[in-house]
Design a protein around this ligand. Structure first.
Ligand code: SAM
Length: 283
C-alpha cells in the first residue's frame, strides 16, 4: 500500500537523485500540494493518466492514491526508475514506467499500442525547459478531438499567463495564447511558490488546466500559425501593415475575415485569427 512507501526525501537520498538542472528537475515533496494537483485532474477512477517526468514519484503517488485507474509515466532520467519501481510495487498493475524522451513520442500511437480505452488525462509538473514544445505538440494533434480530455500541467507563472491570455491581457497575449485557446478552454488553477520545490526555482509556478473545446473552432493549423506569426511578429503595427508578409492583399484578407485593418494583433480575439486563417489562400 502507498502508506508503506518511504518519505520522498528518503527516496531521493537513497537513490542519490541530486537534481539535474539540464533535465529541469525541481521536485515536489509536499503531499498536500501533489494531492491538490491530482484532485484537479480527477475524477481518476476511470482514467488513464499520462505523467511526464515522474522523477522520484511524488505526483505519481498522489495520482495513484487519488484512484487513477492507470498511470503511464514517461521519464528521461534512468536514475529515477528504481525509485519508481517501489511506487509501482505499492500500486500493483496500475503504474507503467516508460523510460525515454516525452518529446519523441507519438501519443495516439503509443496509447493504441497499449490498448488504452476510456478517458486520458495528461498531468505533470513539467520540466520547465520543454514545457512549451510539449504543450504545442499536444495542441496541434492532427486528430481532433484529441486523445486527452483534460490536461493539468505545471508551468512557470510567466508561461502560464501566456497560455491563458486573450486580448484582455495584452502584454501576455501572443501565439501561444492563440494556439491554446483555439483548441482548449484554459485557466490558471493556482500558483505554487518557489519554496514548494526542491531545489527551489527562481520564479513562481502555476498549475494550468486545459480542456478541449466542445465546439472546435475550425481552421487549418498551419494557416493559423502563419497568420499569428505575421501578426504578432509585428505586434505594434496595424494589421494592414503587419500582414503584408503573407504574400496576399492584407486589406482583402482582413475584409474577408471581418477585421478592421487598423487593429493590432493584440486586440484580435482567437476567433478573429481563426477567421483570418480560413480566409488565407493556401501557399
Ligand atoms: N514529477 C516530479 C515532481 O513533481 O517532483 C518531477 C518533476 S521535474 C519538474 C521534471 C521531471 O521531468 C524530471 O524528473 C526530469 O527528469 C523529467 N524530464 C526532463 N526532460 C524530460 C523528457 N524529455 N522526457 C521525459 N521526462 C523528462
Amino acid at each position: 500500500m502507498s502508506e508503506s512507501l518511504p518519505p520522498l526525501r528518503e527516496v531521493v537520498a537513497k537513490y542519490e537523485l541530486n537534481a539535474k538542472k539540464s533535465l529541469g528537475q525541481n521536485f515536489l515533496f509536499d503531499l498536500n500540494l501533489t494531492g491538490r494537483i491530482a484532485r484537479a485532474a480527477g475524477p481518476l477512477d476511470e482514467a488513464t493518466v499520462i505523467e511526464i517526468g515522474p522523477g522520484p514519484g511524488g505526483l505519481t503517488r498522489a495520482l495513484l492514491a487519488h484512484g487513477a485507474k492507470r498511470v503511464i509515466a514517461v521519464e528521461r532520467d534512468d536514475r529515477c526508475l528504481a525509485a519508481l519501481e517501489e511506487v509501482s510495487a505499492a500500486f500493483p498493475d496500475r503504474l507503467e514506467l516508460v523510460p525515454g524522451d516525452a518529446l519523441a513520442l507519438d501519443y495516439p500511437a503509443f496509447l493504441a499500442e497499449r490498448g488504452v480505452s476510456g478517458p486520458v488525462r495528461i498531468c505533470a509538473n513539467l520540466p520547465y525547459n520543454i514545457g512549451t514544445p510539449l504543450l504545442v505538440g499536444w495542441l496541434t494533434q492532427q486528430v481532433w478531438p484529441p486523445f486527452y480530455d483534460r490536461m493539468v500541467l505545471m508551468f512557470q507563472r510567466e508561461v502560464a499567463e501566456r497560455i491563458v491570455a486573450g486580448p484582455e491581457r495584452r502584454a501576455d497575449y501572443g501565439r501561444l495564447g492563440v494556439l491554446a485557446n483555439w483548441r482548449c478552454e484554459t485557466r490558471i488553477l493556482f500558483d505554487v511558490p518557489p519554496a514548494a520545490f526542491t531545489p527551489p526555482p527562481k520564479v513562481t509556478s502555476s498549475v494550468v488546466e486545459l480542456r478541449p473545446r466542445e465546439k472546435p473552432l475550425d481552421c487549418d493549423a498551419a494557416a493559423l500559425e502563419r497568420v499569428t506569426a505575421a501578426a504578432f511578429g509585428q505586434r505594434r503595427k496595424m494589421l494592414r501593415q503587419a500582414l503584408k508578409g503573407l504574400g496576399v492583399d492584407p486589406l482583402a484578407l482582413l475584409e474577408a475575415a471581418g477585421i478592421e485593418p487598423t487593429r493590432r494583433a493584440e486586440e484580435v480575439p482567437v476567433e478573429g485569427f481563426v477567421a483570418l486563417a480560413r480566409a488565407l489562400p493556401p501557399p
